[in-house]
Design a protein around this ligand. Structure first.
Ligand SMILES: *[C@@H]1O[C@H](CO)[C@@H](O)[C@H](O)[C@H]1NC(C)=O
Ligand SMILES: *[C@@H]1O[C@H](CO)[C@@H](O)[C@H](O)[C@H]1NC(C)=O
Ligand SMILES: *[C@@H]1O[C@H](CO)[C@@H](O)[C@H](O)[C@H]1NC(C)=O
Ligand SMILES: *[C@@H]1O[C@H](CO)[C@@H](O)[C@H](O)[C@H]1NC(C)=O
Length: 437
């Protein structure tokens, strides 16, 4: 099909030109919402081992399983993962020229196990269920370059059916996982519409191989990375050429350069871009400066509370806010101190971390947000992540150790009690307790 080749070549050339001279955003919209709702179709169970293994792989912390005090040591995984090989860095893409008025809503469906939260995203007019991940910066999708077996129950993006898709010549991406496996593919620009806000030239990464974990995770057709663009893994002609995230592309067009995350304890919730809805939280927002040097929404968290009683975390690692991680992963000494106060708690390598009898009500657990005194408090009845056995006797905690790593990862266990503002304008995070429903 020579004409198609010529066409693709032209498209690639045009894409190169577009990259060289990014079109400024022209969106005149204000804000848009992406609600999430429970996906009752999924029968999958919550699995603590899966959740912690996924996080460890995402941050390349080695393998879960045994003594996690010894940083860097490899320990065997004691049970197969059903959704392992995490959501590491993905890719996003080049530049942008938003087109819509940026106002709209879409329904979203997290997985039944609430390990991931998913939202419908239109790419070149095709709707996929995507996971919004503030801990990575790539927008990548299942697509028709994958085998039928890999696509399985996923919706696969078909670039040939998008009149707006433009391949980027010589562009590639590579997602690497903590266990050494990786995924790679091609990159193009297309129109990406989230809740009515549209970026006309968003880099979209097309996986040509995905790990088994993603294949099995049939609710998740890809990721929308919402960390800083520097983490994006796209290369062009072999040279690292990070592409802008959707948020970076759309930010200047928003009423305010923010998005907010409001997750419910049942896994439903709302992402909103461009507006801070003051009915969703109580009291003032406590803002903390973000250190974006590493590409994450990173901040200081020098202390913690147990049932409201403040304690210092002497050698506190910086913390990051990550909607793509289910758990609240804290410095090992903090996890030890907390579970010392939980009746019947033990660190069980076979389960992947701290477990306790399901009929125990753990104390509240709070993490300091910056040094201004605000504590993000998770009520005791929201600490439990999931049972580890069929009889619901033993439960896996939603607070776990980071295994001696140099980052604390504040994931969904924290978000369920906190309204969080991601401010890309002054690179800060704002926290407040969620409004009672
Ligand atoms: C945005 O566009 C939609 C559809 O074109 C329209 O219904 C809506 O009123 C517009 N919103 C704003 C704020 O202009
Ligand atoms: C993770 O990736 C490795 C290497 O690609 C693969 O052998 C393994 O089956 C994957 N595990 C899961 C749970 O996907
Ligand atoms: C960032 O901007 C917000 C307003 O959106 C302000 O309240 C906050 O204090 C600022 N934070 C920092 C760290 O500058
Ligand atoms: C365990 O809890 C789940 C819901 O969390 C429930 O569906 C299941 O029936 C329970 N099993 C037992 C044996 O109680």
């Amino acid at each position: 099909m020579p004409s198609l080749r010529v066409f693709l070549l032209l498209v690639a050339l045009l894409a190169t030109v577009a990259l060289a001279a990014p079109t400024p955003a022209k969106l005149v919209g204000r804000s848009f919402k992406v609600p999430r709702s429970i996906n009752t179709a999924s029968k999958r169970q919550l699995n603590g081992m899966d959740a912690i293994t996924k996080a460890y792989r995402k941050y390349k912390w080695g393998i879960i399983g045994a003594k996690r005090h010894h940083r860097g040591k490899k320990h065997g995984v004691k049970q197969p993962l059903s959704q392992g090989n995490a959501t590491t860095p993905g890719n996003a893409a080049p530049s942008t020229a938003p087109a819509s008025n940026g106002t709209g809503e879409v329904a979203a469906t997290p997985e039944n196990n609430d390990a991931l939260f998913l939202s419908p995203v239109k790419i070149g007019g095709q709707t996929l269920n995507m996971d919004f991940d503030t801990g990575s910066s790539d927008l990548w999708v299942f697509n028709t370059a994958l085998s039928t077996a890999e696509i399985g129950g996923h919706t696969a993006f078909d670039p040939t059916k998008s009149s707006t898709f433009k391949a980027i010549d010589n562009a590639a991406f590579s997602i690497s996982y903590g266990d050494g496996s990786d995924a790679a593919g091609t990159v193009g620009n297309d129109v990406v519409d989230i809740g009515g806000a549209t970026v006309t030239a968003q880099a979209v990464e097309l996986a040509t191989a995905v790990s088994q974990s993603f294949v099995q995770d049939t609710n998740n057709d890809g990721l929308v990375g919402l960390a800083f663009s520097k983490l994006n893994t796209v290369t062009i002609g072999g040279a690292k050429t990070p592409q802008k995230t959707f948020f970076d592309n759309v930010m200047a067009s928003l009423a305010q350069p923010v998005f907010t995350v409001d997750l419910e304890s049942d896994g439903s919730g709302t992402y909103e871009f461009g507006n801070i809805d003051t009915t969703r939280f109580t009291g003032p927002l406590a803002f903390v400066a973000v250190d974006a040097t590493n590409g994450f929404w990173q901040f200081d968290s020098p202390g913690f509370t147990i049932n409201g009683k403040a304690q210092q975390n002497a050698a506190a690692s910086p913390a990051i806010a990550d909607t793509g991680t289910s758990l609240l992963l804290v410095d090992d000494a903090v996890a030890q101190a907390y579970y010392a106060q939980v009746k019947g708690a033990v660190n069980d390598p076979n389960s992947g971390g701290f477990v306790y009898p399901c009929d125990t009500t753990p104390p509240d657990f709070g993490v300091a947000i910056g040094t201004g005194g605000y504590v993000a408090n998770v009520p005791g009845d929201q600490i439990t992540f999931a049972p580890v056995d069929a009889t619901n006797t033993t439960c896996f905690g939603g607070v776990q150790s980071n295994g001696g790593s140099s980052l604390q990862i504040y994931g969904d266990t924290m978000f369920k009690s906190q309204f969080v503002v991601f401010n890309g304008g002054n690179q800060s995070l704002g926290f407040a307790p969620k409004a009672a429903k």
